[in-house]
Design a protein around this ligand. Structure first.
Ligand code: UD1
Ligand code: BG6
Length: 371
């Protein structure tokens, strides 16, 4: 089952180019010249008009699935021009959130069986909201209970720490955002850029996987550390959170994903010459702000590891001592799919080097079916 790989987590990280292609297969429709022309989501077409008329969109999930919601929020806001809110499923139930008939609730789940997400779905249904699923497992409880949805078709995910489901969830939701905005003339160019970017995405993720040996080396350097901070913002706030979640859940190292805009409001106090800090600073609308974050972390002697775009020339001048990880540059809203790959590889190697089980981490379950 694991083929040439030592662990399912490793296999699933390396399967991502193919998994992402599967998510898009038959849904990103090409013209005769092979360019992406439009998006066709069989399961959503009947409901698109209702979703566009919603008062707001609520994205809901747990763990990694919730992080994929964070990754997609900005694009949903941009393309649908609707308010988009995020909800952790357990919190929906704790707060008895005000949901309404004219809300669209999108439930994201790899397994489709997570108890909190399923209960939040039942709650939203009872309030009369339209319920949409973004689910990997066909025939699962969430897939069956939603009004409509999209199967991400990532293939079975065995490793407890979710990897390929995360990137495929983001891609599936990019397709949803594109299909909800297909009538918008003002967004034509942006939508077209994203569609062509999607076509290149599997190749860019494959390129990123070639960094495996570099990440093994970095893991060797970091394997005795007790803490790791990861800063991101904008489209890559989710990358910081998901990277930190991977490091803590499998490598059993304390790690915090931090919104870089919050750096001065507390996290900066932790920075000294011993603290390893990863900053996601690929080239997008947040680049200059991230450059300033790098300068400030450097001024406090932080041990910096920077994830930058392959054509970047500025960051290594800003922080000459930093470890630089170069990733292929893609459309800004797709960059999170690429940027998480080095962090998945790093957490995988840290786990193995520290002698832990990456496929069955201590105290965790693949599918949490009790509240
Ligand atoms: C469907 C078929 C796929 C076939 C394709 C050909 C299934 C599961 N999928 O894919 O095998 O190749 O047509 O046209 O038979 N749904 C939910 N909630 C969810 C996920 C999905 O209600 O969380 C619903 C959808 O609204 C849809 C159905 O399940 O009615 C199948 O969804 P999906 O597999 O995403 O649809 P297609 O990509 O059209
Ligand atoms: C569990 C898993 O906590 O459930 C996580 O260990 C996962 O990896 C979370 O992200 C949510 O699961 P699902 O199946 O609803 O995406």
């Amino acid at each position: 089952m694991k083929g040439e790989f030592d662990h399912f987590m490793q296999k699933e990280i390396f399967e991502q180019p193919e998994a992402i292609s599967s998510t898009m297969r038959g849904r990103l429709v090409l013209d005769v010249l092979g360019a992406a022309e439009r998006v066709m989501l069989g399961g959503m077409s009947q409901f698109a008009a209702t979703i566009r008329r919603s008062r707001r969109i609520i994205l809901c999930g747990c763990g990694t699935s919730y992080n994929s919601a964070i990754a997609i929020r900005q694009l949903f806001e941009e393309l649908t021009e609707l308010p988009v809110t995020l909800e952790l499923a357990s919190d929906v139930l704790d707060r008895r959130c005000p949901f309404f008939r004219d809300d669209t609730c999108i439930f994201i789940s790899q397994s489709g069986e997570t108890a909190d997400t399923l209960k939040a779905l039942e709650y939203a249904k009872a309030k009369g909201a339209l319920c949409v699923g973004i689910v990997n497992t066909v025939g699962s409880a969430i897939s069956r209970a939603t009004d409509c949805g999209v199967h991400i078709n990532a293939g079975a995910e065995i490793g407890v720490a979710s990897t390929k489901a995360y990137t495929c969830q983001i891609v599936a939701m990019v397709l949803v955002a594109l299909s909800l905005s297909e009538d918008s003339r003002s967004k034509h160019t942006r939508r077209d850029d994203i569609m062509q970017g999607l076509l290149k995405l599997p190749g860019c993720v494959k390129e990123c996987l070639k960094m495996d040996a570099i990440l093994l080396e970095l893991a060797q350097e970091l394997k005795e550390e007790h803490s790791l901070l990861i800063f991101g913002r904008g489209f890559n706030y989710a990358t910081a959170l998901e990277g930190a979640l991977k490091v803590k859940e499998v490598a059993l190292v304390h790690s915090e994903g931090i919104l870089a805009g919050e750096m001065k409001h507390g996290p900066l106090a932790l920075v000294d010459k011993h603290m390893p800090i990863i900053v996601v600073c690929t080239n997008d609308g947040s680049y200059e702000k991230q450059q300033s974050v790098v300068q400030q972390l450097k001024a406090r002697d932080g041990r910096l590891i920077l994830i930058v775009s392959d054509d970047d020339t500025e960051m290594e001048k800003t922080a000459p001592d930093a470890v630089i990880l170069r990733v292929p540059k893609v459309e800004d809203c797709l960059q999170a799919v690429v940027n998480i790959v080095p962090l998945q590889l790093l957490s995988y190697h840290l786990t193995v080097l520290r002698g832990h089980n990456c496929d069955q981490p201590r105290n965790l379950a693949k599918s949490v079916t009790v509240e």
